[in-house]
Design a protein around this ligand. Structure first.
Ligand SMILES: [Zn+2]
Length: 287
């Protein structure tokens, strides 16, 4: 179970209409929304991974401590939601390092997991997994093995895989539901906008293969009271604002129906399955 911790104005859908230089002046809702997510998880007895922007950790350090104190994993979602395929390898290294330092300082724990903003590791970023391995990450959950208008690496593996022969890093792709040769995402907006049966189909397929499912959503998705961005494209608005009010109860149902856990624990199991030998202290933390 995973949460991508970012504010309502930091999503990819609004990047052309909201200037990142204005972020500081917009009403932040990420702290109260993430606290509401913590309440949902506490009620369900679920531990999860919070892939958090460094930008958020710098402004809400006490929230990072609450996430950790509740037994969840604190992991990185990069600094300010720049997608990996818009960066050079050197810029990516810088982004990773800046975010991790702030997350670790705020949370008081080692950060060993990473999720790229908008699943932006794909064919365009052949250096990205090597940078993550070099920085000592145990796992990445940054690839969507499907074709979508904003993201996707359609011919990448559907289950956990090892991107580099000479490093222990594993990639845990987001779960997709397969309909014949077509693959559809099951988390985030897809879970919110489509019937729960879509996600159930993806999870059932994973279970039949004996593999864990990787689900994700965002704190803003349970916040019907967030400010409306009027000048965004209609399609972005439809995707972002539909069914926000129904999301909390839909999530509670999903939390209750399956056995969920932190991604670092799942990564350790999948690494063992893939025969990855634990080479670094990161694994001690992850286990
Ligand atoms: Zn994100």
């Amino acid at each position: 179970m995973s949460v991508d911790v970012e504010d309502w104005f930091q999503v990819g859908a609004f990047e052309r209409v909201i200037d990142a230089r204005d972020w500081d002046s917009l009403p932040s809702r990420v702290e109260r929304n993430t606290d509401a997510v913590l309440d949902l998880f506490a009620a369900a007895g679920v531990n999860a991974t919070f892939f958090t922007l460094g930008w958020v950790a710098r402004r809400c350090p006490a929230l990072m401590r609450r996430v950790v104190a509740a037994g969840h994993e604190l992991a990185s979602h990069g600094w300010d939601h720049r997608r990996v395929f818009t960066m050079t390898a050197a810029e990516f290294r810088e982004d990773l390092s800046k975010a991790r330092q702030v997350l670790e300082d705020a949370g008081g724990v080692a950060v060993t997991g990473y999720r790229a903003p908008s699943f932006s590791i794909d064919q365009r970023t052949p250096w990205a997994h090597a940078e993550l391995a070099e920085a000592g990450y145990a796992y990445s959950s940054s690839v969507a093995p499907l074709r979508h208008d904003h993201y996707g690496w359609s011919d990448s593996p559907r289950w956990a895989w090892r991107p580099l022969a000479d490093a222990a890093l594993i990639e845990l792709p987001v779960t997709v539901a397969a309909f014949g040769r077509r693959r559809v995402a099951t988390g985030g907006g897809f879970f919110r906008l489509f019937p729960a049966a879509l996600t159930a189909h993806g999870i059932a397929q994973a279970t039949r293969e004996g593999r864990p499912a990787m689900f994700y959503f965002h704190p803003w998705e349970i916040d019907p009271g967030q400010p409306r961005v009027r000048n965004a494209p209609l399609r972005s608005k439809l995707r972002h604002y539909s069914r926000l009010g129904a999301m909390s109860s839909k999530l509670s149902g999903l939390l209750a129906r399956h056995h969920w856990g932190r991604v670092d624990a799942i990564a350790a199991l999948e690494a063992a399955r893939l025969g990855v030998v634990a080479p670094s202290p990161a694994w001690t933390v992850a286990a």
